[in-house]
Design a protein around this ligand. Structure first.
Ligand SMILES: [Zn+2]
Ligand SMILES: [Zn+2]
Length: 343
């Protein structure tokens, strides 16, 4: 089969390799669509904390079961696969934090992923509910966007976004837009989105009609937010780009506000950034969010299927696996939104 194998930072090679075998108790899945994630881009250019080389990346996967050694899925089933392969038994797994499982494997990071024609899905993924049937009305393209939405669900569950909240999403890339759509689906009262790139402002402005879009190059964020919240500030800030950490986040927050660190930061920006006394006196909560649980993945697929979170408009480019290097560069340049690899 054809596969893109990452051997070192910047070295992704297209190879013809033996397809994997269907693991006992697991599935062999033919990849139909694998979407490119900013994390794949990061991995390609500079590696990643959880990556083990050589690796077939790709963790936003939808496909068809071509061989099944499990009673749970039949051959021919259309499936979406969450990347976390968790043990299901450790304390974290038992407390619905399986994305933090002590012995987790991650498809596309420590286990071969979707930048290939076939994927071997281990039995553990089936037992823990990481594989879901794709409803008939949903395309593989839409189903492939389940995982990034699931990661947003994790971030918004960690910050408890609900109908009482005014939310600020920093960064209007695909993930920022998914955060906006999700916050809206969760009933958030008012949503702000910041973005500086003209092409992204245009797209987001066209499809996210009930959001206050702020271009920080043209307007001062703090001014706009104070004006539109009667000097109160926002309840939740979701950081969906690494530049967001440079904004005066604490000044933008109402008392008891919550901040979600959703994007990994470069080391030079990862040092403590906040006046901890402000956190104390104003009862600010700072949370991290990394990946998603199997339950969040399932919820994301249901949200997309229900039409509450429309995702098709986020797909701005579709490529073949042979064009993978080009696709990664397109993402790195933040030209459009989501790039899908189709098989
Ligand atoms: Zn992803
Ligand atoms: Zn576990």
């Amino acid at each position: 089969m054809q596969a893109a194998v990452l051997k070192a930072p910047g070295c992704l090679e297209l190879e013809n390799i033996q397809p994997p075998r269907c693991p006992p108790g697991g599935l062999l899945v033919k990849t139909k669509v694998c979407s490119i994630c900013p994390t794949d881009v990061k991995m390609f250019f500079g590696g990643h904390r959880d990556l083990i080389y050589p690796r077939i990346p790709g963790h936003e996967i939808a496909g068809v079961v071509v061989k099944s050694k499990s009673d749970l899925f039949k051959s021919g089933a259309r499936v979406q696969i969450a990347p976390g392969i968790s043990c299901g038994k450790c304390a974290l797994c038992l407390h619905k934090a399986d994305n933090q499982c002590v012995s987790i494997d991650i498809i596309g990071f420590t286990y071969d992923g979707g930048f290939a024609e076939f994927i071997a899905v281990p039995p553990q993924s089936l037992v823990t509910g990481a594989v879901n049937l794709v409803p008939d009305r949903l395309s593989f393209e839409e189903a492939a966007l389940t995982e990034p939405l699931a990661c947003c669900i994790n971030g918004q569950e960690r910050t408890g976004v609900d109908e009482n909240d005014t939310v600020l999403v920093i960064g209007g890339g695909p993930v920022g837009c998914l955060h906006v759509l999700l916050a809206r689906a969760r009933g958030a009262k008012k949503i702000f989105l910041t973005e500086c790139l003209p092409n992204r402002i245009n797209l987001a402005g066209r499809f996210l009609t009930d959001v206050s879009l702020i271009n920080p190059l043209a307007k001062e964020i703090k001014k706009v937010i104070y004006q539109e919240t009667k000097e109160r500030g926002v309840d939740v800030i979701l950081l969906a780009c690494r530049e967001g950490i440079d904004y005066p986040l604490l000044d933008l927050l109402a008392p008891r506000g919550r901040i979600c660190l959703f994007s990994g930061l470069p080391p030079e920006k990862a040092r403590p950034y906040f006046d901890l006394n402000t956190l104390h006196y104003r009862e600010i909560t700072l949370v991290g969010a990394y990946g998603c649980t199997a339950a969040q993945n399932k919820a994301a697929l249901e949200l997309i299927a229900s039409g509450k979170v429309p995702v098709s408009w986020l797909i701005t480019r579709q490529i073949r696996l042979e064009q993978i290097n080009e696709g990664l560069r397109y993402c790195a340049q933040r030209k459009g939104f989501k790039v899908l690899i189709k098989f």
